[in-house]
Design a protein around this ligand. Structure first.
Ligand code: SF4
Length: 391
């Protein structure tokens, strides 16, 4: 049986090794990476100990939606559709700092900061920069990057911007708005001049997957200074956009092409999310490999599955990740972790009829259809309080 902890640890080691190749010419970044290599090894040991001693599976990744505002309105944006971008206040920088400190102490090595537009919460980014044991990739639309933010990034090596782009100019502007591609290219130029380590985040759809995995396209990004790409498979949060979802055949081709490009473009880190989840025994959400904290502090399976009955402000990160044994008197299945039972995580045998493998598209099917339609019946024997969907 797959040792998920070991698998994730190897994946992190591989990412760090590729990053090394990228920054050999930049001694401060190389030093930072060496420190992070030690930090991620220590984090791995902390996760292992918690699992062995307390049965708590701490994932190495966390996705934190820190911002409730965004200056764009991209087509099909899940954050807008799921009510994350309501312009409310969200958590304070100090509350996020406590969450990050606890995550760090548990052995979580990476917190992907998303939103909304995370650059609207510089106060939180400044707190994250001080959590030296963690790396914070920041998923930004790039429109707020300027000389001042570049200075901040340059002084905060654990905060790594990933600029969203959809492919060529027409594809980016079509989804993000006229002129945005140019703005993004300018931001990349500024960061390249400063020799910053930054990446691109690309939502992969049935319409752009060939463009964004083309070797020439990646070379262009590389020449702009981009050192890593995170591909995120499109999840339809908006009605009428189902046609953008990758077919099974396209998913297979995407996986094979990304693998090829790792050879063609060895200077770049190429990550695909959720990638081949069958290889890791099913969906990695809900704490198997990562989980999501929304702008109000609720723990959720993943950003595409906006359901929660658990707030990390109330129970802490460790509390959210601790599932009591079914035999205990107070047993209550935390609904936020529902996707956990899709894989080989604890208690997977409880609902055996549900499929083992769960790609992100299936998370939509599962979390948005199954949970929406059957939450009450499936979980009625596990009374929940304040099951919440953002509206
Ligand atoms: S920039 Fe990001 S959060 Fe803002 S609308 Fe576009 S996809 Fe949504």
């Amino acid at each position: 049986m797959l040792d998920l902890q070991q698998y994730m640890a190897s994946a992190i080691t591989e990412i760090v090794a590729t990053a090394y190749k990228n920054i050999l010419g930049n001694p401060p970044q190389a030093l930072f990476l060496a420190q992070m290599q030690i930090a991620t090894s220590k984090a791995e040991r902390r996760r292992k100990t918690l699992f062995e001693k307390e049965g708590i599976n701490v994932p190495p990744f966390l996705i934190a939606s820190i911002a409730t505002a965004c200056n764009l309105r991209c087509k099909g944006c899940y954050a807008v559709q799921n009510g994350l971008v309501k312009g409310g206040k969200g958590l304070t920088a100090q509350q996020w700092r406590s969450i990050f400190d606890e995550a760090d102490s548990l052995g979580i090595s990476f917190a992907l900061l998303a939103g909304g537009e995370p650059l609207t919460r510089r106060d939180i980014l400044e707190q994250a920069a001080q959590v030296s044991g963690m790396i914070f990739p920041v998923f930004t639309n790039g429109t707020l990057i300027n000389d001042e933010s570049i200075k901040f990034f340059s002084q905060s090596p654990n905060i790594i911007p990933f600029i969203s782009i959809e492919g060529n100019e027409q594809q980016t502007d079509d989804r993000r708005g006229a002129g945005i591609h140019l703005v993004v290219e300018r931001a990349m130029d500024l960061m390249r001049k400063e020799k910053m380590f930054f990446g691109a985040s690309i939502t992969v759809t049935s319409e752009n997957w060939q463009t964004v995995t083309d070797a020439e396209y990646l070379q262009q990004l590389s020449s702009k200074g981009c050192k890593a790409v995170i591909y995120v498979e499109y999840v339809p949060a908006q009605e009428g956009t189902d046609h953008l979802v990758l077919s099974d055949e396209q998913l297979k081709q995407l996986g094979a092409t990304v693998e090829e490009r790792r050879c063609d473009c060895p200077q770049m880190i190429l990550l695909s999310f959720p990638g081949d989840e069958e290889a890791v025994g099913g969906c990695l959400a809900a704490g198997r490999g990562f989980f999501h904290i929304n702008p109000t502090g609720k723990a959720e399976p993943c950003p595409f599955s906006p359901y929660s009955d658990t707030s990390v402000l109330e129970v802490g990160v460790k509390g959210a990740l601790s599932f009591p044994l079914p035999s205990s008197a107070n047993y209550r299945w935390p609904i936020w972790s529902a996707a956990n039972i899709m894989g080989d995580a604890p208690f997977s045998n409880i609902v055996t009829k549900w499929p083992l493998s769960c790609r992100t598209n299936s998370i939509v099917l599962y979390c948005q259809k199954l949970i929406r339609s059957s939450t009450k019946s499936v979980f009625s024997k596990y009374p929940t309080s304040s099951i919440e969907k953002h509206s």
